[in-house]
Design a binder for this molecule. Structure first.
Ligand code: THU
Length: 142
């Protein structure tokens, strides 16, 4: 039997979902037309992100990473929760690059709930440890 979906505190879940939904229309995605909004909790504060694309396609950035970088700019380094909103059905999961960037700031990846929603009300959730098992933490570096 698969593991039960991890659950976030219901009030925080609602707040983060509202932020991710509100951010999604601010995505700059004229090329893919795939708008993504993210809302994360880092060091006790909520930060939003959107995907920002570029005419030089490879320069675009995902919503999850833009949220993390906003948090770091504000001095927040400890990731607690992630909410992502796209129009995908079923809701899509974060790309590999974003999983690695989220992992950098997760003290306990098994305790970080990542939830993906869409405006129709569908949802999926995982822990970050499920999304990136045995991830590269940097502790291996000299
Ligand atoms: N994208 C995100 O922002 N987050 C994801 O989790 C998956 C993909 C963006 C990147 C690009 O702007 C567009 O969605 C299509 O890949």
């Amino acid at each position: 039997m698969p593991d039960a979906a991890p659950e976030l505190d219901p009030a925080l879940d609602l707040t983060l979902a509202a932020h991710a939904l509100a951010a999604q229309p601010r995505a700059y995605a004229p090329y893919s037309k795939f708008r993504v909004g993210a809302a994360i909790v880092m060091s006790g504060k909520i930060f939003e992100g959107v995907n920002v694309e570029n005419a030089s396609y490879g320069l675009g950035i995902c919503a999850e990473r833009s949220a993390v970088f906003s948090a770091v700019i504000a001095g927040a380094h400890e990731l607690a929760a992630v909410m992502v909103c796209t129009d995908a059905s079923p809701p899509s999961s974060p790309c590999g690059a974003c999983r690695q960037v989220l992992y950098e700031f997760a003290r306990d990846p098994a305790a970080v709930v990542v939830t993906s929603i869409n405006p129709a009300g569908e949802r999926r959730s995982w822990t970050l440890a499920e999304l990136l098992p045995d991830g590269f933490s940097g502790r291996e570096l000299p």
